[in-house]
Design a protein around this ligand. Sequence first.
Ligand code: ADP
Length: 488
Amino acid sequence: MQATERQYQNYIGGKWADAATDGVNDNSNPADTGEALGRFPRSAREDVQRAVDAATTAYTSWRRSSATDRAAILDRAATIMERRADEIGRALTLEEGKTIAEGVGETKRGASILKFFAGEPWRPTGETYNSANPNTFLYTERVPLGVVGVITPWNFPVAIPIWKLAPLLAYGNVAIFKPAELTPLTAHLITEVFEEAGLPAGVLNLVHGPGSVVGNEIARNPGIHGITFTGSTSVGRELYAIASARGARVQLELGGKNPVVVAADAKIEQAVEIVLSGAMKSTGQKCTATSRVIVEQPIEGAFTEALVERVKSIKVGPGIDTASYMGPLVSASAEKTVLDYIDIGKNEGARLLTGGEKLANDNLGQGYFVAPTVFGDVRPEMRIAQEEIFGPVVGVIRASNLDEAVQIANGVKYGLSAAIITTNIGTAFNFVRSIEAGVVHVNSETAGAEPHVPFGGFKDSSSFSREQGRAAMEFFTQTRTVYFDMPS
Ligand code: ADP
């Protein structure tokens, strides 16, 4: 593909606009860092203020827009996204690195989320109650929060913004969208989709730029009433402190250290496929990726051997190559973090069974490729078993029985997703009831989220409110209670 030096812009008040600064962020392909993907603005605080002004103006009419209009716009956005799935999916693969099947699949998932929320304006938004006073009509209605900041990471640059923007818009809010600096192109394309769908000016405003400036201004700006954030725990906590101190509502989706428990009665082949897919797809860069496999002692040896064989067989290469099972890491800094954790694991005494190094053979030298890595003899207290690595690294931990397995699974600060592989329904049921995780899978991988059901974690993985499905209404609306009496 030809290198592009195209200069992209922000989108504020329905117009594509240059930022107030001259700073640029050069976007490139993590599978081939020589491939340029355009230049994006490093916006200033002033640009956020402009977006807040445009959003505030647009809010007056958007909050009162009809269900027909909102539904039609979201429905058109879904159709456009489906029509452009190959193009957007390809852009996603080029700038983020995941395979083209995952890139296109994620874009189609974005379309499904939009379709679900296109129905939402028609669903109930309140309740009626009997009143102590027979003349009073007593009811509640869900009304929007107002101007909402949307701060998103690079790992699902289509699905995450869409699962925040679609409900936000359906419930009558307006948005300031700040995507991750590593994936500005998909954010640009998403914004084009809404523009083409006929979203009125100012309802969605895109401001590119660094988290420390644009993200921080979103946290501080008094014109922003709510912030929905997905990203790292450290940034999320900082943002929460700043924004909640000024009274804004904040939603956080943070990290995970997601376990798969493999019971002694599990079918080893099935367990291996589930772990492989959960740990290595998207190069392990999912907040729901599998990073710990806790195996009951009797089958630990056979399972580990089969997993290592299978991991050795997967093809690593540029995501754009349809033969690749796993692409590169997203950036030099992500690659360094993963390689550092591999060293930490070795130094802690875990046994490196496969992988563990940067790949530079064939055509991989120009990208951030790290071999899919399996550690054995991992102990629960090791840093590689406690901290989020966000890469293609999985550790096998032996447990003497299922109680111990659950105890190990729960022995981390995170609680996003967890899975058990077993043929025994009693074992499965006990696991579901004792695991500290917001999403639980029985005989399926830890990753994956359907658009119509709640998504979110326990403990340090989120801030209680759930995303997706009708659960999204909890965050994006507030309740008004109305006592309505007739004039006497
Ligand atoms: P990740 O590495 O998963 O992208 P980050 O937490 O670094 O996680 O980033 C998630 C989002 O938060 C990105 O859009 C990033 O630009 C933004 N961000 C980073 N630092 C800050 C900050 N200090 N305040 C607000 N947003 C930030």
